[in-house]
Design a protein around this ligand. Structure first.
Ligand code: SF4
Ligand code: SF4
Length: 67
């Protein structure tokens, strides 16, 4: 079975938090204290793409995952 999960292009991300706010399943968590400022939880992601639509810099993109 394949499904889509999101990834972040760190060079484009401005840490605006829009993606975290719109995600209905809390699959994206902004954590400024961590080395990886945005944490993605693929197991929680439903592929709804709300985060992609909310991102002002087009930093989020979808990849196909198999599993
Ligand atoms: S695709 Fe939907 S569920 Fe997945 S991280 Fe983005 S907003 Fe959250
Ligand atoms: S919406 Fe885009 S720019 Fe804003 S924190 Fe998320 S990935 Fe970064």
């Amino acid at each position: 079975m394949s499904y889509f999960i999101v990834r972040v292009d760190w060079d484009k991300c401005i840490l605006c938090e829009s993606c975290e706010l719109v995600c209905p399943t809390s699959a994206i968590i902004i954590n400024p204290c961590s080395n990886e400022e945005i944490k993605l939880y693929p197991s929680l992601c439903t592929g709804c793409q709300a985060c992609l639509r909310s991102c002002p810099t087009e930093a989020i993109y979808c990849v196909e995952s198999v599993g």
